[in-house]
Ligand binder design. Structure first.
Ligand code: TZD
Ligand code: CA
Length: 526
């Protein structure tokens, strides 16, 4: 009989989970021994960076990804990063090592007490198999649950299990395939088509799931047939629509009152592939204007259940877009010209305006560049200057947990080796995932990191105004030189002084990771 390890490795291989992002400890070594030839282990130096890289890789490839973490301390370190993976609906399969079975009860060093409970509020499914023979089946469940729920899962495995002999039935799991079909039934389809065709002034709100599911171009067709305005849902983490398209109105502001204001005059708001809604700033008001009806279509059943208003249909947004396109007929609005970009500020001080940086990025980077952005005070400047027309062009920490940006950029670049990738990272954000630079250097990942150094937690300065808190300490971060930090991790780095120097640097070809540090002026996010 083969070992539990053999069957488990073979299962992972057949499912295509052969890139392992991890940080090992003694509990994990017995899983990592004897990995078949096609496996690639990507070492991250801190678990937050490990999960951020895996998240970026999974989003870029659209596939479940294996993460191998140490027991309680390692898994605990990963939890901040997991909040983002939960919100972006990234199917990460986290397998963690555990002490040998006999050592868990007595709480030997590195035993993870009640390991599944540690992770449970975040992951969609967590378990420690009841006996060694169940490990291959439980691993399969972890993979399938992650795919079905589109949520990270967690499996804790006592390390003496891997050498155990597999059960006689263990190989039954090897050929399993688990799929979900989620087309609306005939009555649901009729109801939805009536709602949409009966609307006089429909508006469309698109969530990150639209881009994750490869529906970016279909969303454009649907919008052009509806002819109404299109917004990205609040707290956006992927771009679901070309941002200079004539129908695009931008990302909805993340507050109850301003969202309601934006919908004024629309009798129907159709929300596709988004929660309703991920508000951030507490700006109370009515959820919807008088006379506005909201219909949410999402594959995420809990997101439908927890929404505070509107009607919801739990279905695959792709199926729904297809059936609406069929029902609606020809587009009302021919795709007009994309909106032009405004001129960035022309004055040049010792610190550049963020819009000058983004204009340089837009002009000097290839059109299909993918951007991983984690700079919180520059959101408005970003959307004013950028012109993103391709699917998979934009990634942002989905739950607002800093530490996704740098690792996520490394993971996206590894997952999409044929596309140029740029990380746009604040001098505050960079520190939460800085060790990803080392992984980028070791794997020679082609990646440009543009480090915006304004010396402060810019967004928190803006928030302190919003909250009327003028005297909060701990908002400035002087004295950081990321060129020296990057070089210490093995990444080539340059500080650029002015717009022309920045443009020249960006125009140079990359054959590995590089960091460009630029001093920027503090701006407000809006
Ligand atoms: N810790 C974590 C893990 N996530 C967070 N979101 C925060 C702290 C709080 N936080 C924000 O929400 S924005 C921000 C912090 C510390 C400032 C980020 O600074 P930055 O960007 O330099 O990256 P800006 O452009 O200067 O705001
Ligand atoms: Ca900053």
């Amino acid at each position: 009989m083969p070992s539990v390890r053999r069957v488990s490795h073979e299962f992972l291989e057949r499912q295509g989970l052969t890139t392992v992002f991890g940080n090992p400890g003694s509990n994990e070594l017995p899983f990592l021994t004897g990995l078949p030839d096609g496996f690639r282990y990507v070492l991250g130096l801190h678990e937050g960076a490990v999960v951020g890289m895996a998240d970026g890789f999974a989003q870029a490839t659209g596939r479940p990804v294996l993460v191998n973490l140490h027991a309680a301390s390692g898994s605990g370190n990963a939890m901040g990063a997991l909040t983002n993976a939960v919100a972006s609906r990234t199917p990460l399969v986290v397998v963690a090592g555990q002490q040998v079975r006999s050592a868990i009860g007595p709480e030997a060093n590195l035993a993870s007490v009640d390991a599944p409970s540690l992770m449970k509020p975040l992951v969609g499914w967590a378990a420690e198999p009841a006996y060694a023979g169940d490990v291959p089946r439980a691993l399969a469940q972890a993979v399938f649950e992650a795919g079905l729920q589109r949520r990270p899962t967690y499996l804790s495995v006592p390390y003496d299990d891997w050498d155990a002999e597999a059960d006689a039935n263990a190989s039954a799991v090897l050929d399993r395939r688990v799929h979900r079909a989620a087309a609306p039934g005939a009555n649901q389809a009729r109801w939805l088509v009536e709602r949409v065709t009966g609307a006089r002034r429909p508006a469309l709100v698109l969530g990150g799931d639209i881009d994750s599911a490869g529906l970016f171009d279909e969303a454009v067709r649907l919008a052009e047939r509806l002819g109404g305005p299109v917004w990205a849902a609040p707290s956006q983490f992927r771009l679901p629509f070309p941002n200079r398209h004539p129908l695009f109105r931008g990302v909805l502001p993340a507050g109850i009152a301003p969202v309601s204001e934006a919908f004024e005059g629309h009798d129907l708001v159709l929300v596709l592939g988004a929660p309703v809604f991920r508000y951030h700033e507490y700006l109370p008001g009515r959820y919807l204007p008088e006379g506005t009806r909201l219909v949410q279509v999402t594959g995420d059943a809990p997101a439908a259940a927890r929404a505070p208003m509107g009607e919801a249909l739990v279905a695959d947004p792709g199926e729904v877009i297809a059936l609406l396109l069929e029902a609606l007929g020809e587009p009302e609005v021919p795709a007009g010209a994309h909106r032009p970009v405004p001129e960035p500020p022309s004055e040049e001080g010792p610190a550049l305006h963020p819009e000058q940086v983004f204009a340089a990025l837009r002009d000097e980077s290839p059109e299909d560049t993918a951007y991983v952005v984690e700079s919180t005070s520059t959101t408005g400047a970003w959307w004013r200057q950028m012109d993103l027309r391709h699917p998979g062009s934009y990634y942002f920490p989905a739950a607002g947990g800093l530490g996704f940006g740098l690792p996520g950029a490394v993971g996206v670049a590894m997952g999409m080796p044929d596309r140029p990738v740029v990380g746009v990272i604040g001098d505050g954000s960079a520190n939460y995932g800085i060790t990803a630079l080392w992984t980028a250097a070791q794997h020679r990942v082609p990646l440009t990191v543009v480090l915006l150094r304004n010396g402060t937690y810019g967004a928190l300065r803006w928030f302190s105004g919003l909250l009327g808190v003028a005297d909060a300490p701990g908002l400035d971060i002087p004295g950081l030189d990321f060129t020296r930090i990057a070089e210490g991790y093995g990444v080539a780095a340059r500080h650029v002084g002015g717009v022309e120097e920045l443009r020249a640097e960006l125009a140079r070809p990359v054959d590995g990771p590089r960091l460009i540090q630029v001093d920027t002026a503090l701006t407000s996010p809006s």
